[in-house]
Write a protein that binds this ligand. Sequence first.
Ligand SMILES: [Zn+2]
Length: 286
Amino acid sequence: MGLLSHRVERSEIKAGDHIYTWRAGYTYSHHGIYVGGSKVVHFTRKKEAGTAGLDSAIAVSSLLSQGPDECPTFPDCGFQLPDSGVVLTCLDCFLRGGALHRFEYGAPPAVFLAKLRGGTCTTACADGGPDAAVRRAMHLLQNGFGDYDVFENNCEDFALYCKTGLLPAAGGDDIGRSGQAASAVGVPLAALLSTPFKLFATGPLGMAAVTAGVYCAGRYITDIGVRKDVVKVEVENLAAHLGWRRAKAEEAVKKQQQQQQQPPPPPEKKPNSRLLPLKRKREICV
Ligand SMILES: [Zn+2]
């Protein structure tokens, strides 16, 4: 396994490993937790009404490419509760012919910053060992993981949570947890300057990293191992945590809508002294 590629053979992965594969020609990576027995638990979009079975679940999740019509290996591959985006499939259906990679935990910041793109490693450490990751994944298979959101709650966030037990604290700045989100969402300069990242701005490595652009820095700040606004959430309490976040988001939207409905304040009448010279005023008075 190369330091920067993370490519592994099937025989190398163990239950509890966070694995991923590139899809659609390296456009995006799909992540899951390997639970043993050639099975993977991963997070996708929910089943759409009127369609059923493995193909729809995976095809909808893939966004870009179609999966196989039927699983050739396991008849009950694609197990998924209604109204849940968490799905259990065999390794073949997860990989869909793609190469197998293992996500790296506890990556040193230098290695993390050297990565060409997000979504392959984190500086965070796995929590509780492989059993804990499998336990969280299986619990979420039975209980769901909230709504899929490509920026805030995607397959990588799911696997990161299963491994670390960490979620952004409710009411955090919501700049996205995973590398995938950071790849797509720019991070404002203000966020850059207020993070531990500036520690790296000294010395040759720091300067190189800074000139590498906001992209790398953005990934570093949003990395769950670097952020300070993350909390450890027990899997049993996760539903309440996600529900709270959603309620808060809905409240914010409502507030925004109310503000938009209010009539705009009347334009302020400013005394326009420059256009009304004293001379003219005197004429009016007379
Ligand atoms: Zn399958």
